[in-house]
Design a protein around this ligand. Structure first.
Ligand SMILES: C[S@@+](CC[C@H](N)C(=O)[O-])C[C@H]1O[C@@H](n2cnc3c(N)ncnc32)[C@H](O)[C@@H]1O
Length: 268
């Protein structure tokens, strides 16, 4: 099955697996094992035989694919560094793209999803020898210091009571002269908020995760005081090319209407 891949499992899979759960369960933070049970089913083909051929979203690693805005922004910061850690790498497409652009950087990418070490086969199939995927939980990870620590679209999976710990873990893994590139798709998408207000009990992919409706200001509060925010980018990660250009510009400048994302560039 090549459908749902992201941080928490698809509602359809959950409906099958956890049919006896009360409707309110959908809007609570799911446990790691609930999420990973769903992922194990959705990505079974890849988990059983991980390779470039079974990679669940081949379009993400298509060599002719135009890089995303996130990839282009983050990529500007990597030159001159030697080591890179990605925390919560998902399917690793961004990390593999970086690894291709920077053959002299040693990339490490961690995630606690059940398929993550299978991505090592994909990297090898792509001829990448400077990247390693490791199955590891970010809450307990202790992998040493890295020049660049990158973590994108992980914040919304982090329950409120661990946000501070999440940023501490990012800092712990960053060398004193290094930098952190941390971002997420933002909940500033006002149409989603409106929908959630109109139909608050409907289980949707947006509502089932605690972090989706946090705003950037809330997240910013958890960046430790001793960390300097060098720059904050706003961009359209899931840029919808069918939207007229003026709408994209309007979204960037005034009210986000195109699933806006943000990325903080942070230094010690
Ligand atoms: C929305 S995905 C983002 C993946 C990727 N960074 C991207 O931009 O596509 C969030 C990832 O964080 C991972 N994650 C969530 N909690 C985690 C934890 N405690 N330890 C390690 N990874 C975690 C999930 O498994 C998921 O792959």
């Amino acid at each position: 099955m090549k459908s749902k891949l992201y941080s928490s499992a698809h509602v359809k899979t959950a409906n099958k697996l956890f049919s006896k759960k009360d409707i309110s369960w959908y809007n609570e933070q799911w446990t790691d094992s609930e999420i990973n049970e769903c992922k194990a089913i959705e990505l079974k083909m890849f988990i059983d035989k991980p390779s470039l051929k079974t990679y669940p979203k081949p379009e993400l690693i298509d060599q002719n694919r135009k890089p995303s805005e996130l990839q282009l922004i983050a990529n500007k910061y990597l030159s001159g560094y030697k080591t890179f850690l990605s925390i919560g790498c998902g399917l690793g497409e961004t990390e593999m793209w970086f690894a291709k652009q920077h053959p002299n950087i040693v990339f490490t990418a961690i995630d606690n999803a059940p398929y993550v070490e299978g991505l090592n086969n994909v990297a090898l199939d792509l001829g990448l020898t400077n990247i390693t995927f490791i199955h590891s939980d970010l809450r307990t990870a202790n992998l040493g210091k890295f020049d660049v620590v990158f973590s994108y679209a992980v914040i919304y999976c982090i329950p409120d009571d661990y946000l501070e710990g999440y940023f501490k873990q990012l800092c712990l893994h960053t060398s004193p002269n290094g930098l952190m590139l941390v971002g997420c798709s933002s909940n500033l998408f006002f149409l989603s908020k409106l929908k959630a207000l109109i139909k608050p009990s409907r289980p949707t992919q947006l509502m089932k995760q605690t972090g989706w409706r946090r705003d950037v200001g809330h997240v910013r509060r958890y960046i430790p005081n001793y960390i300097h925010t060098e720059k904050t980018y706003h961009f359209n990660h899931f840029f919808n090319p069918s939207l007229p250009r003026f709408m994209c510009e309007f979204s960037k400048r005034y009210i986000p209407i195109t699933n806006p994302s943000y990325m903080f560039v942070l230094r010690h």
